[in-house]
Design a binder for this molecule. Sequence first.
Ligand SMILES: C[S@@+](CC[C@H](N)C(=O)[O-])C[C@H]1O[C@@H](n2cnc3c(N)ncnc32)[C@H](O)[C@@H]1O
Length: 256
Amino acid sequence: MVTRLVEVEQTRGRLAGPPLTPRTAVIWSVLRAELDRRAGTDLTVLDVGGGTGGFAVPLAQAGHQVTVVDANPDALAALTRRATDAGVADRVRAVQGDGDALAGLVEPASVDLVLCHAVLEVVDDPAAVVAALAGALRPGGAASALVAGRAAAVLGRAMTGQLDAAALLAASSSGAAGSRDTHRRRFTADEAAVLLTAAGLEVEEIHGVRVLTDLLPAAVADGQPAALLELELALAAQPPWRDLAAQLHLFARRRA
Ligand SMILES: C[S@@+](CC[C@H](N)C(=O)[O-])C[C@H]1O[C@@H](n2cnc3c(N)ncnc32)[C@H](O)[C@@H]1O
C-alpha cells in the first residue's frame, strides 16, 4: 500500500517537491493519502517543532496554509527563507514558541492537520503537548506524530560496540540514556499510541521510519539507495520490523 502511494506521489504534480528518502518517504505516503482524501480543500496545517520547514514548505506549495511553531529562532529564519525561495511566503507563518505552551499559541479546534515530528522525545511534558495538539484539531482533523523508537536506540548502540550503553538503555524506564542523551525519552509503538489515545485521538496507522537505514554500513546505504528505499517501504507497516525502526510514525484523528 505504502509503496503504491509513493509511486503515485512521484508522478503527480501538486506535491512533487519533497525528495523521497528513507527519512521521509513513508511519512509523505501517509500524508499524501490524507491530502487526497481532502482534495479540493486548502487545509489549515500546524507543524509543531517544524524546524526549517522540510514538511511545511512542500505542504504550502501544495496550496495549504501552514503555521510552524518552533522554539528555535534560527530554524524559523531558515524556514522563512525557504518559504520565500519557494514562492510560498504568504502561506507559511513562523511563530516562535514552546511546544509545551502550545495551548496558549493556537486557537482551539482551528486546524485540519497537525504535524509533530521529532519533538515529543525532547519536550518537558509530552502528554500536555499531545493534549494541546488534539485541542488544536477540528473534529475529524488528523495528527501526524513522529517519535524516537526505543528498540532502535538499543540496537544502534549494540551494533557500534557500546554494549554497556545498550544494556543501560534497554533497562531504562524512559528509553533515554541519562543526562547526556539528547532525548529525554523514547517510545515503543504501544507507548506512543497510548499517549495519543489518552488525548482523545484515534490512532489509524503506525509505521516504522528507518527500520534498516541507520544499521547498515554507509557503503550499502549509499550504494543501493533505490533498493533500500523499497525495502524500507516494504517493512514499514509490519511488526516486528516496524517496531525496530529509528522512528515511529503515528497517524491519528480527532473524532468527528
Ligand atoms: C529534530 S528537529 C525536527 C524538525 C522537524 N519537525 C523535522 O522532523 O524535520 C526538532 C525541532 O523541534 C524544535 N523544538 C525542540 N523543543 C521544542 C519545544 N519545546 N517547543 C517547540 N519546538 C521545539 C527544535 O527547535 C527543532 O526545530
